[in-house]
Design a protein around this ligand. Structure first.
Ligand code: AFP
Length: 283
């Protein structure tokens, strides 16, 4: 696993360079979700694919930017599902964006995730890695080298509320859930990039990030394999919880298609309890 994390460090430095130098315009292609692709999306995807081609333990790759599975090494052990540049539409307004990596062994479903990592491209490049049974580890790059900062633990209760999705498309009980937290004094922290938004909650001790089912996106917006499950793993390893809108652990998701999405709620225990009450979830 260390080889994969070391490769992600090299990938991060290269993608950060592209963000700072590449043209921020659109390519003439679209991804498998039918979204227009930025040149940065395509370049970031290429950098990741090229890097893992040299790692023999990587059996195959599944990218948010492409359809299907790319077979790399027949005797490889892991399939890496990744979002090469999540929130890329924020790059042209100079907001932080990120890369997300889910490392699976066997069938692509939550319970087979064995590790995950994400990179935040912001004023600094930061990396968080997680393996089963250990607290997530937080690293910061300086002059191209990643220095270990600390292990991440979520407090029982935080004060950040990051409510995703178009508010006019929320159902009533979701709106009540969000407003009740603000009535308790929670701070609105939402940039539209899930990587910096979730990173902030992890580093500031806690709170909740939500991207619910909405009238325009009844199955949520965020992808299970590349976004939701890798972060759910990190939040659980940090002592928090990660559920869908039915109260099911996101780590139990079994996507029927690699690009399936899910409503998602990731946060500290107190906020997840508030969610369960608001949604009438059984404990
Ligand atoms: P883009 O990759 O299209 O910028 O979308 C980013 C994202 O997938 C995720 O990073 C955010 O949490 C979410 O979408 C924001 O969606 P809303 O703008 O609908 O809240």
């Amino acid at each position: 696993m260390l080889t994969i994390f070391e490769t992600i460090k090299h990938i991060a430095i290269k993608i950060d360079h592209e963000i700072k130098t590449e043209d921020l315009g659109y390519s003439d292609s679209s991804n498998s979700s039918g979204e227009d692709q930025l040149k940065l999306d395509v370049k970031s995807d290429y950098i990741i694919e090229e890097a893992f081609k040299n790692i023999s333990i990587v059996k195959s790759l599944v990218s948010e930017e492409k359809e299907g599975v790319l077979e790399l090494h027949e005797n490889g052990k892991y399939t890496i599902c990744y979002d090469p540049l999540d929130g890329s539409s924020l790059a042209d307004v100079n907001l932080s964006v990120g890369s997300i990596f889910g490392i699976y062994q066997g069938e692509l479903k939550g319970e087979n995730l064995v590790a995950s990592a994400y990179v935040v491209y912001g004023p600094r490049i930061e990396l968080v890695t997680a393996i089963k049974g250990s607290k997530p580890k937080h690293y910061r790059a300086q002059e191209g080298l990643f220095n270990f900062i600390d292990e991440i633990t979520l407090d029982e209760k935080g004060n950040i509320n990051a409510p995703g999705g178009t508010q006019q498309n929320w159902c009533e009980y979701h709106k009540t859930f969000v407003d009740d937290l603000f009535s308790e004094g929670y701070r609105l922290r939402y940039s539209g990039g899930m990587v910096p938004d979730l990173h902030q909650i992890l580093l500031k001790g806690g709170g909740i990030f939500s991207y619910p089912a909405t009238s325009d996106k009844p199955y949520g917006k965020l992808r299970q394999l590349f976004e939701v499950i890798p972060f759910a793993f990190i939040y659980e390893q940090a002592g928090g919880q990660a559920l869908n809108d039915k109260g099911m652990r996101l780590m139990e998701l079994e996507p029927s298609h690699p690009h399936d999405t899910s409503p998602c709620f990731l946060g500290s225990n107190y906020e997840i309890t508030q969610l369960r009450d608001a949604y009438g979830m059984k404990n």
